[in-house]
Write a protein that binds this ligand. Structure first.
Ligand code: COI
Length: 356
């Protein structure tokens, strides 16, 4: 049982807000954070908002050894009335509980977390940027805290929410990036943890990312771990292709993370009566479409970048130049629509936003 009563300890040493054009992703944090504890005996307890500061953990805490943890990412915006807007927060919290389930972490009440998050945001409202392309990135996460080297689920956890004002995820902004298809390393395998938002899925990709960067690419495209044939994700995002007027995105399986942006794009395309299909798509098929002049656009979709056009895609000895390395019209339209709804500049006909 979670205790609903939230304690708030105000920070008396507020930091200056970031100024100027440079706001790199995830490097500046606000004055407060939310924390809550879990033990087998008490369940989730002690919800509190406290000054943002380092935390102390036992060196034997299980997070350090076996990586039992999950995280989420969502954003808050200020609309033209000056109110705080969240984009489909319940989707992120539902996914957090799905990740918790996969990583043997106890579930957390989504409703209560949304409430606590809203209180944290109200306290940190001045940190929410209202310049174009900026937002307040929200990072909820859970870590295993029991001091125990046994290979078994922890008996205690800490749930936290930290906030970071951010600019665009890629320094390039919404400009087409160059992608390398990874042939050796695998992000996730059938029956593995790919559908959970858990740290190991991300750091397991660094090696491939380094390889791609050495060859001048911004990100990697991940293939399925079984056949090394079907496209799964790009960087830390879901991926979409426009082929001969039809939009194709890899169908969800048990190694692809179900993105909230992915889901929103599919719903928007269906609403616009644009042909969108979720199915397996292989690199051979993609190359064939390219050679036939039918690969019109390609883009990644995720919370951090929203939509990220792919300008160049390298696979084996082939390099595909997509849409003359320009952002495609549909990609741009999706970016403008989603960010427009998120910031309240466009009407929210889907009821996706929640005002705090
Ligand atoms: C996203 O954009 O959805 C991500 O997962 C990126 C994040 C890990 C920084």
């Amino acid at each position: 049982m979670i205790e609903a009563k939230l304690d708030i300890v105000e920070n008396q040493n507020k930091k200056p807000k970031p100024e100027g054009d440079d706001l790199p992703f995830g490097q500046v944090f606000t004055d407060h954070m939310f924390t809550m504890e879990y033990t087998r005996e008490k369940g989730w307890f002690q919800p509190q908002i406290v000054p943002y500061e380092p935390i102390t953990l036992d060196p034997a805490a299980m997070i350090f050894h076996y990586g039992q943890s999950v995280f989420e990412g969502l954003k808050a915006y200020l609309n033209s009335e000056g109110d705080i807007q969240l984009f489909r927060p319940e989707e992120n919290l539902k996914r957090m509980n799905r990740s918790n389930g996969r990583m043997s972490i106890p579930p957390i009440s989504e409703e209560l977390v949304i409430n606590y998050l809203k209180q944290l945001l109200l306290l940190e409202k001045e940190w929410i940027p209202n310049e174009e392309g900026r937002s307040l990135y929200i990072r909820p996460f859970v870590i295993a805290t029991e001091a125990n080297l046994a290979v078994a689920p922890s008996q205690s956890y800490k749930f936290m929410i930290i906030l970071s004002p951010v600019g665009s995820y890629y320094p390039e902004g919404i400009h087409p990036v160059s992608i390398q298809v990874e042939e050796h390393f695998t992000r996730a395998v059938r029956g593995g943890t790919g559908t959970a938002k858990t740290g190991g899925n991300y750091c397991g990709g660094y090696k491939a990312q380094e390889k791609a960067a050495d060859r001048g690419h911004a990100q990697v495209m991940w293939l399925d771990g079984v056949h090394k044939k079907y496209i799964e994700e790009v960087g830390s995002m879901n991926v979409f292709f426009k082929i001969n007027g039809q939009i194709i995105t890899p169908e969800l399986n048990d190694s692809i993370l179900e993105g909230v942006t992915r889901k929103s794009i599919i719903e928007l395309l269906k609403h616009w009566n644009i042909d969108v299909i979720e199915r397996k798509i292989s690199m051979e098929e993609l190359l064939q479409a390219y050679e036939d002049g039918q690969l019109e656009e390609a883009f990644g979709a995720g919370t951090a970048a929203v939509v990220s056009p792919i300008g160049e895609l390298s696979w084996q000895d082939e390099t595909m130049i997509i849409n003359g390395r320009q952002t495609g019209d549909l990609t741009k339209f999706l970016y403008n629509t989603i960010t427009g709804i998120q910031t309240g500049k466009l009407p929210d006909t889907f009821n996706w936003t929640e005002t705090v």
